[in-house]
Design a binder for this molecule. Structure first.
Ligand code: PHE
Length: 332
């Protein structure tokens, strides 16, 4: 029995096989156990002799099993370590690096310029109330932009903001002058998408309120901004315009920085490109926000980020910004 058992232990490859050997010889129904059970049939002289031999055999088998178990454990551990080794000579996988979206690139530039002039960044909700988007901004009750065909209404009183100008109101409610903020963000209008229209687009609003703020401050700020964004030789032109929340109001053009005369695609030969709307904050708007227009004055402006990015990079279709084709996005 001992020889057979030791031989089987020697050939066992795994913990399960060793356990099977143990059961076969030392288990309740095992072969050695059977021998011990059969001792009742022996004579009184034979019993201690056989008993001693049986015990020696059991110890030998237990010893061998114990050693074999240690061996198997050791081997399994080595096998595991072998599979876990790292080949440091294998060339690395370069992680694919993303890039900034062109709108983010231009927005970062715009933010840098205004932060440099002492502006802070303010944000407001994209889902707005009629009050903040229109009423508080002095928009007449019958203003065409309020129309269902221009604005995405969620309920009678709640809409997707059509401009970033409601952030002006929220900021003036929250802060006391001096105020100097820009507010970039998404806006929504019910436009059919084409090369120059998208129902979702971006604006950057600006607002300055303090004592003695004049139109000259507005002109100086925007002129410096245009020179920093489009190049030092850029000129600006202010054309009279109308916005409900500014008075006087202006549309601002920059001199065409790509101009090759009459054939210029950028400005259609006019030499000027419109980039933003601006004006002096209307006294009614200051009043709604609890700011006394007899003491304070301010200016505001709003520009289309998508449009400015299109001009800067000569992109001819606004829809490219929102298709997320990496071949397009990676070019900037
Ligand atoms: N909110 C205006 C628009 O969407 C732009 C604007 C902002 C004009 C601030 C004047 C002052 O057209």
């Amino acid at each position: 029995i001992q020889l057979l058992a030791l031989n089987e232990i020697k050939h066992a490859q795994s913990m399960q096989e060793l356990e099977q050997v143990r059961i076969k010889y030392l288990g309740k129904k095992g072969e050695l156990t059977a021998v011990l059970r059969g001792m009742g049939a022996l004579t009184a002289e034979e019993r201690p002799v056989v008993g001693q031999i049986a015990n020696e055999v059991r110890e030998a088998i237990e010893d061998a099993l114990g050693r074999a178990v240690e061996d198997v454990k050791h081997r399994e551990k080595n096998a595991r370590l072998a599979t876990e080794t790292i080949d440091v000579t294998i060339p690395g996988k370069a992680p694919e690096i993303g890039c900034k979206h062109p709108l983010t690139v231009v927005l970062d530039e715009i933010k840098e310029i205004f932060l440099g002039m002492g502006f802070k960044i303010a944000e407001g909700p994209e889902v707005e109330t009629v009050f903040y988007n229109f009423d508080a901004l002095n928009a007449p009750k019958n203003h065409p932009s309020r129309d269902l065909t221009d604005t995405f209404y969620i309920t009678d009183e709640i809409l997707l903001r059509t401009q970033t100008s409601p952030v002006q109101v929220r900021t003036m409610e929250r802060m006391k002058p001096p105020i100097r903020i820009i507010s970039p963000g998404r806006c929504f209008r019910r436009d059919t998408p084409d090369a120059t229209h998208s129902p979702m687009f971006h604006q950057v609003e600006g607002l300055v309120v303090d004592k003695n703020i004049t139109m000259a401050d507005l002109k100086g700020t925007l002129d410096l901004f245009a020179k920093q964004l489009f190049g030092i030789g850029t000129k600006t032109k202010f054309r009279p315009h109308y916005f409900p929340f500014t008075e006087p109001s202006a549309e601002v053009d920059v001199s065409c920085f790509k101009c090759q005369g009459a054939g210029c695609r950028m400005c259609k030969g006019s030499g000027w490109i419109e980039i933003l709307g601006a004006g002096m904050v209307h006294p009614n708007v200051l009043k709604v926000c609890g700011i006394d227009p007899e003491i304070y004055s301010g200016f505001a402006f709003g520009m289309g980020l998508d449009r400015i990015a299109m001009l800067k990079y000569e992109i001819d279709d606004i829809r490219l910004f929102f298709e997320n084709d990496m071949r397009f996005i990676k070019q900037f």
